[in-house]
Write a protein that binds this ligand. Sequence first.
Ligand code: ADP
Ligand code: MG
Length: 684
Amino acid sequence: MAYLDTDVRYCKGIGEKKAQLLNKLGVFTVHDLVSYFPRKYEDRSQFKPIALTCDGEVACIKALVADTPRLMRIRRGMELVKFRVVDESGSVDITYFNQPYMKDAVHRGGCYNFYGKVIFAGSKRTMSNPVHEPEDAPCGVTGRIIPLYRLTTGLSQKLVMNAVRQALDACGDELPEVLPESLRKKYRLAQVGYAYENIHFPTDFEALELARRRLIFEELFLLACALGKMKGGHSKAEGIKMPPVELREFFDSLPFSPTGAQLRAVSEALGDMQSGKAMNRLIQGDVGSGKTLVAAALIWYTWKNGFSSAFMAPTEILAQQHFDTLSSFLAPFGMRLGKLTGAMTAKQKREVKAQLKNGEIDLIIGTHALFSEDVEYSRLGLVVTDEQHRFGVNQRSSLISKGDRPHVLVMSATPIPRTLALIIYGDLDISVIDELPPGRQKVDTFAVTESYRTRLNGFIRKLVGEGRQVFVVCPMIEDNDELPQNVKSAQEHAAELQRYFPDLRVACVHGGMKSKEKNDIMSTFVAGDTDILVSTTVIEVGVDVPNAALMIIENADRFGLSQLHQLRGRVGRGKHKSYCVLVSDTDNPDSEARLRIMTKTNDGFKISEEDLRLRGPGDFFGSRQHGLPAMHVADLCSDMNVLQTAQTAAQELLAQDPELELQEHAALKAAVERLFDLSSDTLN
Ligand code: ADP
Ligand code: MG
């Protein structure tokens, strides 16, 4: 077995316990360890003459211990070790608090490096608890740029740093060079060994930059190759040609007129479907912009052309809701709708599958179950997936492979900045629905602290009294010892609300429940027979309850901006004035900033840009929701130009060797496969 694949617990100085902590950080093997890049660096590369250090400056000095260290007991529980150090320019009085061993750790006349904050006390310079090491220490922590890693409780910088050092020493030659040499030359990229060494232990900032550039390129290039390879020949492939059919009949049947943006999206899609090429289109529209209607129009069109459609939703609840909505739009025309979800009994599924195969269903709506292997379609012309960001990239392609190149429509409510969309959705064409149906009111949003609880309860009482319904979202399902006391769990909070409002109908729904149970509770709420629905984020996507006028989000600081926006989108869908209340006692400035943005704007694109800015695209992009691997080095905002270059490079390479079969691409191929093996485990 290659050393790179060795479990970290066999590394010197790590062992079982520390290995578990490293596992928490996603580090399992030596390869993971050396790929665990520093979060930032501390510049300890310059030694400063003592006399040039300023008050308050954090500095590295090289100095001689001028007297014998003295151990003093000030009082119980407080011991000091004091000594003075000198260089040619001046002296510093050094004190270590409660580290009695320091008395013997340094010796009079010895030369050491110290790193710490210099404080002027009267005419003297002092340092407290500086980092210290002998002048000639191997793998020193002074006199160079020091890596700082993201840690978890129980791990120290030093431990991680030493472990990485050892791993690099042991596996330096073994690291696979995934970038073909020609490519490295062309784009002037550092070699793999150099890059790994210098991303951890840069000799100087120039080397660090070279290392970073190469690794960023590598990361984005691998991603681009992986996505490119996955998409394979789907783009601009031959597709089913569906000649024009007048849509007036469909639109006339609706209880409202479509918005201009909806019509535009429909006509762009029709352009694709009439072209003879396979459609591959993403519809992006904020929550409530009416994407379902666009899909319905295209499904109707497909049916008029004599083909069937499949509509895939990310959850059972949504599948049910879409089934109801689409039935109301389409059943009056005599279209035959079916449903296929994991929650159905084996017998029900068998029946639906038989109908599908026999062409007795014009539109099938369902969850993942739709692409189980044993589902066969008859004349499948259109595949719609809703809330795409919930599905992994590879799931999308597996659905496309059903049937004979059906047209594909992907709908997403996550407004992704265009450049990111480019990579996530690659060669999808994009339509944006940038207009909400008329009469939609802005959801008034407030950020409040726990001290508002009584008033908030009064507000619930008032709205329910007016006949409205209330959503309450909590960050977790049940009480959990690992989280701080004040974090609300859906179950506990629901019980609390029920005690507070004994006369109201409170229900609780969460992801830990069986589908059937979830569906029943949701349907009861949709029917208006529940006043307050407490949930986890299971209700995040798509659920439409026009009578709900209040969304309360508990511990709102624990949610991301886009997520808060999605949640808020659950209210304000009917004619009633609606509100969103974000409850949080956070004093973290970032969280406060997030909540403030929510109170200021209802615009999803603005919010997603802010989100990107605050969280950093690493998180945004790497978030499991996309089913894409996390980015370790690349920052998709500032590294946008590299992204474009990497994508071009990937396209060129794939044009030459689509399956990466050439010998010189073997390491690349393995890396690409590894990338998606890893991320397919994290699909939800
Ligand atoms: P989303 O884009 O979030 O999926 P939906 O398709 O669920 O939005 O639509 C949200 C609500 O707006 C639904 O109740 C739908 O019936 C309504 N709606 C959609 N289009 C229009 C329109 N053109 N005029 C009025 N209401 C509309
Ligand atoms: Mg929707």
